[in-house]
Design a protein. Sequence first.
Length: 126
Amino acid sequence: MTPNPEIEEFLSEYDEKVFQHAQKLRQLLITNLPGITEQLDIKAKMVAYCYGQKYVELICVLIPSKKGLKLGFNRGTELPDPTKLLEGSGKISRYIPIKSADQIESPAITELITKALEIYKEKIKK
């Protein structure tokens, strides 16, 4: 992963644990989402992972806060979640509260990322 100084600076403003978890998640996302664009949204206080500038091209977001870190999924309501990681009550999106580095390395999170990409590819075919 090529470090993006703006994103690095943005994330460094948070607790060290949030920063470390975000770095680990960034690497996982870039590895599992070939050709993805990483975009900083200062106003929304998040880092978006997308294949274009439209909302429908958004795959997921990192949402850091003082309380921790969340991995949010656009179309999260469409994702299979057998391990019950996803939370939220929105009509479209869901998120995973990140609690540990081990959780980030779990196959369940990688599977959700992979499924999110599959759903995106299906949607753009239509």
